[in-house]
Design a protein around this ligand. Sequence first.
Ligand SMILES: [Fe+2]
Length: 367
Amino acid sequence: MRGRVWGLTFVGLLICLSHPRIVEIKAIGVLLNGPGMMLVGSLLGTSFARTVLGRVLCWLVTLILLEPLLRWISLGPKPGRRAILLGGSAALGGVALGGYGGLVERKHFVLERFALSLPDLPPELEGVRVVLMADWHCGPVCRPDDLLPAIRLANSCKPDVILVPGDFISRSGDYFHEAAELASLLRPRLPQGVLISWGNHDYWHGLETGLAEMPRAGCQILCNRSLLLTPRLEFSESGSSGLWLCGLDDLWAGQPDLAGTLGQLSDCPRLVMSHNPDLAEEQSGARVDLMVSGHTHGGQIRLPTLGTPVLPSRYGQKYASGWVEAPHYPVYVTRGVGTSSLPIRLGVPPEVTLFVLRRGPRGLLRA
Ligand SMILES: [Fe+2]
């Protein structure tokens, strides 16, 4: 028994310390570390759980939690035929679910359409079509061929503006080349109508390439920056009538400046991109009509009764997906387009969102 525990400890530590770019090992690590990651992540924060020290701690916690099971396997009675059959069926079911999540649901993009009412919207901007598509995660799992249907779906909405609040890449900044290639295929009606901000993965894996590549692909970077969509359907740095489209820096890896970005704007309705919806809990006092976010991927896996076991948020399930009433203004959290950590989605299909703007009391209606 003791030898087995030490053996597992050694293998677990090797997985914890393995290079994060080795995606298969990372996926095994996340699976094996699951119980510890959930506990450590919820107590000490997901950011800490992702560090080397955090991953080691996660594995030790996992080992302590699994110790009774290991003891039973080691000392318990030999499994009978029924137990082997049951275990085999459960394992086969797990493989089938994983296969469905990785090969089918992960690539089944859903278009969510809404009529978004905003107070004070100039009549000229009624009917403007805004597409939201976050979390592309271009990388070894989310290949361009996987993501092309999402680009086509976005274009099929005939959008005026496309908002992409971050996490373009996974694993390496080199994947910004693929993200830029995909972005160049987007067809908003307005020139330079793809507005982007950064997510934590963009910072973690190499923002320099993104800073060079994404503008070349026609994107405008809104990192603590705002643009006014005027009644003449043009972008402007200032003005007294229109719709402010604002982008904040990432909460985990960047330096979001709410007061500096939103404080000096004229009193027009505001759509604010923030990769991480947790930012909605912080408040500068400035007007926000709707924050649009990604980051949580809807949890990627939703289990009956248990909900979404892993959600990278300090506020539990609150910001999993959809319309959320934050303390001072609403947030719409998209489930995103790609995947990270585990290359599967179960009960949480990837999403492209279309908002058609209306003038009226603030609200969202499914269209
Ligand atoms: Fe993400």
